[in-house]
Design a protein around this ligand. Structure first.
Ligand code: 5GP
Length: 190
């Protein structure tokens, strides 16, 4: 393969992507969040609940900065949309594998947009007897949150209302493997 062909095949140096946060910036911030959680959850029964699929990269990096005994679990939910807007109704596609009664849960999300999905998820998990439920998200778009207020306890970065990919986030199943977060410059060229 020529150098030119290799560049054309590279996803990480794809010219349709504009980097918003580099891998180094993300790593530094995730380390700080892990240290905060380590301080806040001393003596608690911590369970990180990752919301699949988008949170998988953030979750695996975050937990390696939490220096405490802890457990992990995952959920997968589908959000129903009216056109492009989240309606707030969700269906559980994959539920937790263990009860969370008496546990101190942190829901780990990739990004919060309208907040509707997370609001509903907190409601659902709130009926299961957890001792506490908090939210950690890598990215937060506070601007469009006109429908539901959610309290974000641990946030990597607040971002403007732009569609981002990478570090777990996809568009049509692509770009989750990028080690950085980027904006797709031309969505017609996916
Ligand atoms: P909401 O907070 O509006 O209920 O939905 C949040 C979900 O919408 C996220 O978990 C994610 O799947 C998707 N989402 C929202 N904004 C973006 C974005 O900028 N990029 C990507 N890839 N997904 C997004």
């Amino acid at each position: 393969m020529s150098t030119q062909e290799a560049a054309a095949a590279s996803e990480f140096s794809n010219s349709n992507l504009e980097t918003m946060f580099t891998a180094e910036q993300i790593a530094d911030r995730v380390k700080v969040l892990g240290e905060e959680i380590t301080r806040d959850y001393q003596g608690k029964e911590l369970v990180l609940v990752g919301v699949l699929k988008g949170s998988c990269v953030f979750m695996s990096d975050l937990m390696r900065h939490i220096d405490l005994p802890m457990d992990i679990d995952f959920m997968s939910v589908a959000s129903y949309k009216d056109g492009t807007v989240s309606s707030g109704d969700i269906e559980i596609l994959k539920d937790l594998t263990k009860p969370i009664r008496g546990k101190d849960v942190i829901i780990v999300e990739d990004i919060i947009d309208t907040g509707l999905t997370l609001h509903r998820l907190v409601d659902i998990l709130g009926t299961r007897g957890a001792n506490s439920i908090r939210i950690a998200t890598l990215l937060d778009k506070p601007e469009p949150r006109v429908k539901k207020e959610v309290t974000v306890d641990y946030c990597g970065f607040e971002i403007p209302n732009r569609f981002v990919v990478g570090y777990g986030l996809d568009v049509a199943g692509r770009y989750r493997n990028l080690p950085f977060v980027a904006v797709v410059k031309d969505p017609d060229q996916l």
